[in-house]
Write a protein that binds this ligand. Structure first.
Ligand SMILES: NC(=O)c1ccc[n+]([C@@H]2O[C@H](COP(=O)([O-])OP(=O)(O)OC[C@H]3O[C@@H](n4cnc5c(N)ncnc54)[C@H](OP(=O)(O)O)[C@@H]3O)[C@@H](O)[C@H]2O)c1
Length: 286
C-alpha cells in the first residue's frame, strides 16, 4: 500500500513514519517545507506524483490559545486545507485519514462523549477543527476521521513536555483539576488507525486510550512514575486566565471503534507506564 503522509514532523507524523517504515508500507512522508497543506497546487502536485492509495493527514494548527487571535491560520490549516485535500482525494479515489479533537465538545455532558453527541466548540481552535470535520463529511468520500485527545508522543506539543519544563522552573506546580479528558499516546493512535485501515473502515470515530483523568491526576501520575518529588496543587483552570476557553469534561468513549475492530484499547495509565520511559530522552532533552 502506498501512503502519502502530511505533517511528518509533528508528534503523530513522527510515530506514523516510524511504524510505517518498519512495516513495509511504501511511504512518502512530507513536512511543511515540502508540502504546505494550505497550498492547493503543492498538495495536488504531490498527489499526482505519489499516486497514493491513502493519505494520512497529520498536519494541524494546534496552538489553542494562539488561535483566538490567529484564527485565520487556524481555519486555513484545520478547515479549508482539509476541504481541498478531501476534494482532491475524492477526485482521485484516494482514502483520506484525518484527525480531529475532543475540543469540538463544550464539556457540559458530564459523561464520556460518543460519536452521536452534538459538538459545540468553545474555542476558535475547536471551531476550526469542527469546521474541518464538517467540510470533509459534506464531500462523502472514503474518509476516516478520528477524534483524539491530549495526544503525547515524541515531540513538544504535549502536556508531558510542558509539565517537565514547569518542574525545572517552578517550586510548586499548580495544575487544573477541573479539566478532564483522556491522555492518549501516538502509539495507540497509530496502532488503531492501521487496524481500521486494514479493515477499510470509513466514517468518524473517537480514538483515545481508555478511562479518563483530570490534568491534576495526569500530572501526579507522571511525577510518580518518574519518581519526581514536587508539590502539586489542584486548582481550577480559571486561575490561568488563558485566552481560549476549554471544555471541563471532554473525555470521549472509544467504545464504537473498539467494538468495530474487536479490540481492547489500553487504559491511559497502563499506556503511560509503558510509553513514558521511551519518551524520556526527548522530553528531558532541552
Ligand atoms: N496535540 C494534542 O494534544 C492534540 C489533541 C487533540 C487533537 N489533536 C489532533 O491530532 C492530530 C495530530 O496532532 P499532533 O499532536 O501530532 O500535532 P503537532 O505535533 O502539532 O503536529 C502538527 C504538524 O502540522 C504541521 N503543520 C502545521 N501547519 C502546516 C501547514 N500549513 N502545512 C504543512 N504542515 C503544517 C506542523 O508543522 P511545523 O512543525 O512546521 O509547525 C506540525 O509538524 C492533529 O489533527 C491535532 O489537531 C492533537
Amino acid at each position: 500500500m502506498r501512503v502519502l503522509l502530511l505533517g511528518k514532523r509533528g508528534q503523530l507524523g513522527r510515530a506514523f513514519v516510524k511504524k510505517l517504515s518498519s512495516e513495509g508500507y511504501q511511504l512518502v512522508a512530507l513536512g511543511r517545507e515540502e508540502c504546505d497543506v494550505t497550498s492547493m497546487s503543492s498538495v495536488k502536485r504531490w498527489l499526482d506524483e505519489v499516486k497514493p492509495h491513502v493519505v494520512i493527514n497529520c498536519t494541524a494548527y494546534n496552538y489553542v490559545d494562539k488561535a483566538e487571535e490567529d484564527y485565520a491560520t487556524a481555519f486555513a490549516v484545520n478547515a479549508f486545507a482539509v476541504k481541498v485535500l478531501g476534494e482532491l482525494c475524492v477526485a482521485k479515489g484516494v482514502k483520506l485519514i484525518h484527525y480531529s479533537t475532543d475540543y469540538v465538545f463544550d464539556g457540559t455532558k458530564g459523561a464520556p462523549y460518543v460519536e452521536d453527541d452534538k459538538p459545540s466548540p468553545l474555542s476558535l481552535y475547536g471551531k476550526s477543527k469542527y469546521t474541518g470535520e464538517l467540510l470533509l463529511q459534506e464531500l462523502e468520500g472514503d474518509f476516516l476521521i478520528f477524534r483524539v485527545s491530549w495526544v503525547y508522543g515524541e515531540g513538544k506539543q504535549n502536556f508531558l513536555y510542558k509539565l517537565l519544563n514547569w518542574v525545572k522552573t517552578q517550586d510548586i506546580l499548580k495544575i487544573s483539576a477541573d479539566e478532564v479528558s483522556v491522555p492518549t499516546s501516538t502509539k495507540t493512535i497509530v496502532d488503531v488507525t492501521l487496524k481500521a485501515l486494514k479493515k477499510d473502515l470509513r466514517g468518524l470515530y473517537h480514538l483515545t486510550n481508555s478511562g479518563y483523568a483530570s490534568r491534576y491526576e495526569y500530572a501526579k501520575k507522571v511525577l510518580r512514575l518518574l519518581k519526581i518529588e514536587k508539590t502539586v496543587l489542584p486548582v481550577p483552570m480559571s486561575v490561568f486566565s488563558l485566552p481560549a476557553k476549554r471544555p471541563s469534561f471532554s473525555a470521549m468513549s472509544n467504545a464504537r471503534i473498539s467494538k468495530e475492530l474487536q479490540i481492547d484499547i489500553p487504559h491511559w495509565e497502563e499506556e503511560l507506564e509503558m510509553f513514558l520511559p521511551l519518551l524520556l530522552p526527548e522530553l528531558l532533552g532541552s
